[in-house]
Design a protein around this ligand. Sequence first.
Ligand SMILES: Cc1cc2nc3c(=O)[nH]c(=O)nc-3n(C[C@H](O)[C@H](O)[C@H](O)COP(=O)(O)OP(=O)(O)OC[C@H]3O[C@@H](n4cnc5c(N)ncnc54)[C@H](O)[C@@H]3O)c2cc1C
Length: 469
Amino acid sequence: MAIDSEVLVVGGGIAGITAAIAAAREGADTRLVSHKASTLRQASGLIDALGYLPATEPAKPLREGPPTAGRNLDPDEWPDPEGPLADPFEAIDRLPEDHPYRLVGADALREGLDLFDDLVGDAYLGGHTDRNALVPTFGGSVKPTARYPASAAAGLASDDRPALIVGFRSLTEYDARTFADRLAAAGVPFDVAGAEVEFAEAFRADAKITRLAKALDRDEPIDGTPAREALAKAVGPHLHDVVDGEGGVDRVERVGFPAFLGDDHAAEVRAELGDRLGADVFEIPMGPPSLPGLRLEDLLYDALDDAGVRFETGTPAVGYEVDGGGDGGGGDGSGDRIDRLVMDRKGSEVPYGAEAIVLATGGLVGKGLDSDRDGVREPVLDLHVPQPADRYEWFVDDAFGEQPYARFGVRPDERLRPLDESGEVAYGNVRVAGAVVGGADVAREKSASGVSLATGLVAGREAAREVGQ
Ligand SMILES: Cc1cc2nc3c(=O)[nH]c(=O)nc-3n(C[C@H](O)[C@H](O)[C@H](O)COP(=O)(O)OP(=O)(O)OC[C@H]3O[C@@H](n4cnc5c(N)ncnc54)[C@H](O)[C@@H]3O)c2cc1C
């Protein structure tokens, strides 16, 4: 027997969760199904809206290229890509016409961010302004982002108070001194130093970030000293490591750690360390596994529950069914209707009926898009993914240039209905959201979560309105 709901959302990432909550808030009976955990666990926990505009220089297909180096460009005709954007909203008009933000509009991004603020409460900051914050990230770069965890607040690069960055000998992939040097070289308006300290060396064999976070959560004894006190003692001697412009010594007013200061009790861990050090404590977002990402996932799952969305994971969508063999519409431009998705539940194929469907299955990383020798495809509904037939045209000769494949994805109309090869609506009761949607180079633009929030919000609302029609 089919499992029915009014709106069925496929994909448990930030786009699917946003869509499901938006649909539920419109009054639709909503179910969210997901194959696996989303990329939230790997992501930094920052919510990027739009940090950079893509280059306006036309990219040459690899096959045609002479190497980019040494090319003389007319700066009036092809201005350099801009530096970090202060205001993402103001820049949306300058994005390519087929960019998802141009389809759904700047207001959708604003409302998507508002919804996010509402869901996460005071765990996140940045909602007081339209302007991007500059947040130092693991690796020593400073990233323009729209929302950041409260735990990162004291680390903003716009703050001019001297800062100490702490690293751990047991965490070899994180080098605090290099990080501090990079920040200084990037021209941050504060004096900064890095210090490597010994802490929880006994965890060396299993120096997993989550293990350290749990030890701080539980304040486990480390060599007989409670973990938080032990960490503060290790850092204390370095509070005067920062040298100012005149060669004098500052006592730091803020101390940055890799983002593993607790999991369930992160705010408490941060506050206690701050008291012990007499300085504000902040976390620096780092690569996977990401504690800020895990904490955000928890918050968003709780929000799904609060919104009354039924949620199941471990259930991949493997196909679909169309009543009447797939010719149920189309003639009037509103497309066919998909009546059921086929889900794989522990090896059995189970139909899930719905009046409207949101496909939020992610991009190449989330497996919402598949790449094989025949090209890039959307595997659940077999939606059209425009791409040059000649693979040489997927890439350009400039390794740091804008790569066409980065924009691959399903192309929808402004109501986020997927379009077929001839530009017609493929399925009238389907909406697409998040990284499965093409047209944005989210890694270069620093726009991934913003695109997911804006398209998730519109897709969820649109799906709810489809119900009963
Ligand atoms: C390493 C990393 C770092 C990142 N850092 C940032 C950052 O700093 N700032 C930022 O804004 N964004 C960042 N992102 C991007 C962000 O986390 C999301 O990837 C992006 O917003 C897309 O979200 P999504 O919901 O569309 O897709 P995903 O997060 O990819 O979620 C897709 C979901 O669909 C499910 N799914 C796929 N196929 C099926 C199927 N057939 N049936 C059922 N379910 C299916 C997947 O299991 C998954 O749950 C980062 C991503 C990664 C991978």
